[in-house]
Design a protein around this ligand. Sequence first.
Ligand SMILES: Cc1cc2nc3c(=O)[nH]c(=O)nc-3n(C[C@H](O)[C@H](O)[C@H](O)COP(=O)(O)O)c2cc1C
Length: 182
Amino acid sequence: VNAPAASFGAAGFRRCLGQFPTGVCIVTAPGGGASAEGAPVGMTMNSFNSLSLDPPLILFSVDRRARSLSAWEAAPAYAVHVLSQEQRELSQRFARPATNKWEGLAFRPGLAGAPILSGVAAVLECTPHARHDGGDHILFLARVERFRCDPDRKPLVFAAGRYCELGSAHEEAELWPLAIHY
Ligand SMILES: Cc1cc2nc3c(=O)[nH]c(=O)nc-3n(C[C@H](O)[C@H](O)[C@H](O)COP(=O)(O)O)c2cc1C
């Protein structure tokens, strides 16, 4: 946090990093502990990535300034939802530092009570594995305990600071099983 300022501007650095397209996730965790009135926590994240097949690990990072940081640190489980391209509004709802992110939203309790949202391209239910310093973020590694995938839903994409949709490349996804032995 007290590292000397980088020799380049933050805006240009963000723009450069934004050239790398990602999916968009909403990660949720059960309420309790420090979260307001025990409400569950949920945050739009594109720092999600796959990490390890054996053991099955994924990662995401949370800004140290997030209001929900202590709830993430105390959470016994997380549900990582890979959003479908119909879920831009849901992404925006969970990208704001609001206390009422859950208002009027249906969800069911998953592993250890972590909320499960519907209409997503995939959901991975995880338990905490490790946390590491990540500069102004904290890096969370999590173990996948179970997952569900809906191949009929196209994933939402985020690139160059904007939401996008996959083009025809998605229809060629049948190629993926051939590439899995890389
Ligand atoms: C596409 C997108 C991706 C984001 N990815 C992350 C992320 O990986 N980590 C993070 O801490 N914030 C990320 N944010 C910002 C958070 O969603 C936002 O600051 C958060 O909802 C605030 O939560 P709070 O109420 O806990 O402060 C992202 C926002 C958008 C729109």
